[in-house]
Design a protein around this ligand. Structure first.
Ligand code: HEM
Length: 197
């Protein structure tokens, strides 16, 4: 009997996790619209969305492109680069699907934080910006995407991830911005074809 009570009450403790501003309603809204926008997309559509998100991020922080040399950002059509885009988006997908299980979510965020801790040149602001970029692109694709709920939940998660990226670890010197002022760094209208009629 005691064991049953403990099992039933345990989630209450678990929910006092990093998402205290991220209500149950927020989580439900995010999961619903995420599954509409991302869950129903085929791989081509997903790559377009991911690319738009990163282009939006790079339009604000062009020097961040440099971090993706290893995954062939200079060959945007390459399997390597597209696979990376999908890896990052799948990482967000995992977070979304863990919104109601903060115990596992905390571990997943810690795991992601550790991965990014090792990335030379990684900056906290990139995490903050990608939250905005995802919201911007998803809102363009689905006008029901609730940006306020998204921000309430994801801004917190990005603070957790950012904690792994200490200023002292930044050893990277950005290239001059002019080096990136090509047409490819401008935000494109790629999401036009993804929007619902
Ligand atoms: C919620 C946001 C993010 C998620 C879920 C995410 C997820 C991931 C995942 C799953 C990997 C692959 C790890 C592995 O293969 O072991 C990765 C690697 C990486 N991420 Fe992120 N990421 C996020 C944000 C960012 C941002 C904002 C940047 C920089 C602007 C970034 C830069 C990188 C880089 C440079 C790598 C390593 C690429 C390589 O293999 O060389 N990530 N990320």
């Amino acid at each position: 009997m005691v064991a049953v009570v403990v099992l039933i009450t345990a989630p209450e403790v678990v929910y006092s996790g990093p998402e205290d501003c991220c209500s149950y309603g927020d989580r439900m809204l995010i999961m619903g619209t995420w599954s509409n926008v991302w869950g129903k997309g085929d791989s081509k559509r997903r790559v377009i969305m991911a690319r738009e998100i990163f282009e939006d991020l790079f339009s604000k922080y062009p020097e961040a492109r440099e971090l993706f040399r290893k995954v062939k950002i200079d060959e945007p059509e390459s399997g390597e680069f597209q696979a990376h885009l999908v890896r990052v988006m799948n990482g967000i997908d995992i977070i979304v699907h863990l919104l109601n299980n903060s115990y596992i979510l905390s571990e997943q965020l810690a795991h992601l934080g550790e991965k990014h801790e090792l990335v030379p040149g990684m900056r906290k602001v990139y995490f903050e910006e990608i939250v905005r970029s995802v919201a911007k692109v998803f809102r363009q694709v689905d006008s029901c995407f609730n940006v306020a709920s998204w921000n309430r939940c994801f801004e917190k998660f990005m603070i957790v991830l950012s904690a792994y990226v200490l200023p002292s670890k930044i050893s990277y010197t950005p290239m001059p911005i002019q080096a990136y002022q090509s047409s490819s760094s401008k935000p494109s209208k790629g999401t036009d074809k993804l929007r619902k009629p």
